[in-house]
Structure formats: C-alpha cells, structure tokens
Design a protein around this ligand. Structure first.
Ligand SMILES: [Zn+2]
Length: 213
C-alpha cells in the first residue's frame, strides 16, 4: 500500500550510511518512513517506549496479536508489556521479517567461519548507537528486532531460510507512532548472506509531524 505523504512536507530527513547505526525519538502521532534507497538492504530496527526503555518491541507479542509471522501494512507493533508502539501504515515492499534476529559477531562465526568474527555486525552497531544515546542502555537492552526489507520465508514445514531480497530501489515502509518511541536502526553491514545482496547500501529515514498538529 502506498503513502499519501509528500517527502517535501517531512520535518526530518536523514540518510543512514551503509553499516551505520541511527537512534532517534519519534513522538506519538508522527509518521516515520524508512526508504530502501538502492534496494535489497536490511534495516534492523529496535523500538522502545520512550518513557520506559524496559518496555520494548516484542516479536512474540506482535506475531501472536496479528496471527501472522510477516509484517506489512496494518501490523501493530506490540511491546513486551502490551503497549501498542507503532502501526505500519504504508508498505511498498510488502514483507518484513521479525524472526531472523540481528546479526552478531558470534553468529557470523557459527554460521559462516571463525575468521568472520571481526566483521562488523548489527548487534555491535546497536550497542554503539545506544551507548552514544547515553541513557544507560547496554547489551542486555538489545532484544527482539525487526528486519525491514529482509526476506525470511518460512516453509510449510516451518523451516526458516534467508532468501534474496524482494525489495527494490525506492521501496519504503511507513509507520505511525502510537506512543512516544525511541527507534534504533542498524543499517545492516552483513556481507555473508543475501540480505543485503552482499553489498550494503544506505537507507533514508523521513519523519512527518502528527496529523492535525
Ligand atoms: Zn545485520
């Protein structure tokens, strides 16, 4: 589903370079768009209630509430305490993953090779972004995440597979904050699986003010 919002009206616009983190507060009623500028780029994302960081995005609660494992227009993003954090209001990609988790130095070693350990990974980017944010968050605050634009189909037998992306240049996903949220994005630096087409690229974030404000 396409959005009616015009980028020229956005109150905030920022390009996140390939492999970099981005942490920002989105206020209740505001709409945030993430644009896959060059296509096939995974944007690993964490959400927290801006007034209580212990209340954060829960993949399990979100999946159970909607009865579906894929995220798209209409999905309500639910927290560990049942808070309705955001609603996906537009989506031209059509499918986003919340089962695959964020890549880590440890999983790079286990999945690919011991010598991949040093390679830059999302969990390190999240840690850097949250520590730079400077409100006391640390490694234990990095819990379940969404991989926007990432294609992780589940087979009828329940098997997970990391597939080539279905996103293309300019595809976007948009969500309205239902409460004040802290958003942390790791623009995934992964080079060992097809989630970034082996070539990490920038994404763009746009934010519009709340309707009626
Ligand atoms: Zn990653």
């Amino acid at each position: 589903m396409e959005s009616q919002l015009d980028p020229a009206d956005a109150l905030y616009s920022q390009e996140i370079p390939a492999g970099e983190p981005w942490v920002y507060e989105v206020l209740r009623g505001q709409t945030m768009r993430i644009v896959d500028l060059r296509g096939n780029q995974a944007a690993d994302t964490l959400f927290y209630n801006a007034h209580d960081y212990a209340d954060r995005y829960s993949a399990q609660d979100t999946i159970r509430e909607q009865g579906n494992i894929y995220l798209t227009t209409g999905t309500r993003l639910i927290s560990t305490r049942g808070t309705h954090l955001l609603t996906i209001t537009a989506d031209t990609c059509g499918r986003h993953d919340t089962l695959g988790g964020a890549c880590a130095n440890e999983s790079n070693m286990v999945r690919y090779a011991i010598d991949k350990r040093h390679m830059h990974a999302c969990r390190s980017s999240f840690l850097k972004g949250l520590m730079d944010w400077g409100r006391g968050m640390e490694k234990r605050d990095i819990t379940s995440n969404i991989n926007f634009f990432m294609n992780v189909p589940v087979t009828p037998e329940g098997k997970l597979s990391f597939e080539d992306g279905i996103s293309e240049p300019g595809k976007y996903v948009e969500m309205r904050a239902e409460t004040d949220v802290l958003v942390a994005i790791s623009n995934c630096p992964q080079l060992n699986n097809p989630c970034n087409a082996y070539d990490p690229t920038p994404v763009q974030v746009l934010i519009w003010k709340a309707a009626g404000n």
